[in-house]
Ligand binder design. Structure first.
Ligand code: FEO
Length: 135
């Protein structure tokens, strides 16, 4: 069973950002599934690396829009992104350093962070992005 299922409550009503969020949800589910199946360290390491890289790409895309549209909450939003990036870097480092258990708590943390961030912070930029022509 998927860790997180995409649904309309996660939509920010901007197509390309929704697609990026759906991809993140999919990657999180792949990692969760691999963990549940007891996949080897190499598989988990690859999936964790993919998730970390795509998270950075997605955050950079959002921040580029915010900058271009002079979004008032860019600094606060970016700080949230930075906090998660640090957490994922730490997680990756621990994993690569031999602490190869990805725990249920870790997966729930990532799931809750993504859900709370999309619903709490990402949705706030929707009026700004739409006013600047995104759809
Ligand atoms: Fe979709 Fe602010 O991350």
């Amino acid at each position: 069973m998927a860790l997180l299922t995409w649904n309309e409550s996660l939509s920010v009503n901007v197509r390309d950002i929704d697609e990026q969020h759906q991809k993140l949800v999919g990657m999180l589910n792949l990692l969760h599934e691999a963990m549940g199946k007891g996949q080897g360290k190499d598989v988990l390491k690859t999936l964790l690396g993919d998730l970390a890289r795509y998270t950075v790409t997605h955050f950079a895309n959002e921040e580029a829009y915010m900058k271009r549209f002079d979004y008032a909450e860019l600094a606060a939003h970016k700080a949230e992104h930075e906090a998660l990036k640090s957490k994922v870097v730490e997680l990756k480092a621990r994993f690569e350093g031999g602490q190869t258990m990805l725990t249920v708590e870790t997966m729930n943390f990532l799931k809750n962070w993504l859900t709370d961030h999309i619903q709490g912070s990402d949705k706030k930029y929707t009026p700004c992005f739409i006013a600047h022509g995104l759809k």
